[in-house]
Ligand binder design. Structure first.
Ligand code: PGA
Length: 247
C-alpha cells in the first residue's frame, strides 16, 4: 500500500518543509508507504525534513535526458541528488497543459528506472472517453506504451507504481465509485499479467487517484486491485492526509 500526496504547484520551500514536520508525528505509525510529491525547488528541504522518518519524497515530473541544453528542465540524477525517492510521470495535468505524450512518458520511465528513482506512472481516461465506453482501451494503450522496453526484471526491481486517475475525477470532487476505480485497476493488472505474467502483475502497486478524501480513502483502498492512492487536494491539509495515510 502506497499513499502519495501530490502537492502540485503549492507550497513554497519553507512552507513545504514546515508541513513535513507537521506530518511526521501524524503518519509515523502508518502501515502504508507514505510519499509526498513536492515542487522541484522544495525537494532538498523536504528531503532534509523527512530524513530518518518513514516519509518518502517524490518529484512531480522530470526530463528524460540525463543532461544537456534543455533550459528549464530537471534530470533524474538531479532529483536523486536532491533527495527524491520517487517521481510522478505523466500526470494528466502534464499531458493536458505541457504536451506530455505516451511516448515522452515512456522515455521518462526508462530514464527514471535507470537512475534508481521509483516512477509513479499516471494513466486515466477523460469524461468523453468514459462516456464512449473506451476506458479499457485508453488505459491499456497508455500503460502499454509507458512500459515499452521495460523488462519484467526492471518492472519489479524498480518498484514502479501505476496510478489510475480518471481525469474527470481529478480536482472535481467527483470520485470514481469503488467499483469503477477497482474495475480499471483490475484491467491494468490483467494487462500487466499479459505482458509480464501473473506473478509479476500481482506484485505491482496500482494506486487510485482523483478526489480521494479522508472520507472515501478507506473504502477505496480496501478494493482488491487498489494498492493505495495518489492524493491531490486532500494532501495539502495535514489532518486529512493523516487520515488517508492511515486508512
Ligand atoms: P485530487 O488530485 O485528489 O485533487 O483530485 C489527484 C491528482 O491529481 O493526483
Amino acid at each position: 500500500m502506497i499513499v502519495a500526496g501530490n502537492w502540485k504547484m503549492n507550497k513554497t520551500p519553507s512552507e513545504a518543509a514546515a508541513f513535513v514536520k507537521e506530518l511526521i508525528p501524524r503518519v509515523k505509525g502508518a502501515k502504508s508507504e507514505v510519499v509526498v510529491a513536492a515542487p522541484f525547488v522544495a525537494l532538498p528541504g523536504v528531503a532534509e525534513a523527512a530524513r530518518g522518518t518513514n516519509i518518502k519524497v517524490a518529484a512531480q515530473n522530470m526530463h528524460y535526458e540525463a543532461k544537456g541544453a534543455y533550459t528549464g528542465e530537471v534530470s533524474a540524477d538531479m532529483l536523486k541528488d536532491a533527495g527524491a525517492d520517487y517521481v510522478i510521470i505523466g500526470h494528466s495535468e502534464r499531458r493536458q497543459y505541457f504536451g506530455e505524450t505516451d511516448e515522452t512518458v515512456n522515455r521518462k520511465v526508462q530514464a527514471a528506472t535507470a537512475a534508481g528513482l521509483i516512477p509513479i506512472v499516471c494513466v486515466g481516461e477523460s469524461l468523453a472517453q468514459r462516456e464512449q465506453g473506451i476506458t479499457p482501451e485508453v488505459v491499456r494503450r497508455q500503460v502499454k506504451i509507458a512500459l515499452l522496453g521495460v523488462s519484467a526484471e526492471t518492472l519489479l526491481s524498480s518498484g514502479l507504481v501505476i496510478a489510475y486517475e480518471p481525469i474527470w475525477a481529478i480536482g472535481t470532487g467527483k470520485t470514481a465509485t469503488n467499483e469503477q476505480a477497482n474495475e480499471v485497476c483490475h484491467t491494468i493488472r490483467m494487462l500487466l499479467a499479459e505482458l509480464y505474467g501473473a506473478e509479476a502483475a500481482a506484485k505491482v502497486s496500482i494506486q487510485y487517484g482523483g478526489s480521494v478524501t479522508a472520507a472515501n480513502a478507506k473504502e477505496l483502498f480496501a478494493m482488491p486491485d487498489i494498492n493505495g492512492g495518489l492524493v491531490g487536494g486532500a494532501s495539502l491539509k495535514a489532518a486529512d492526509f493523516e487520515v488517508i495515510a492511515n486508512a
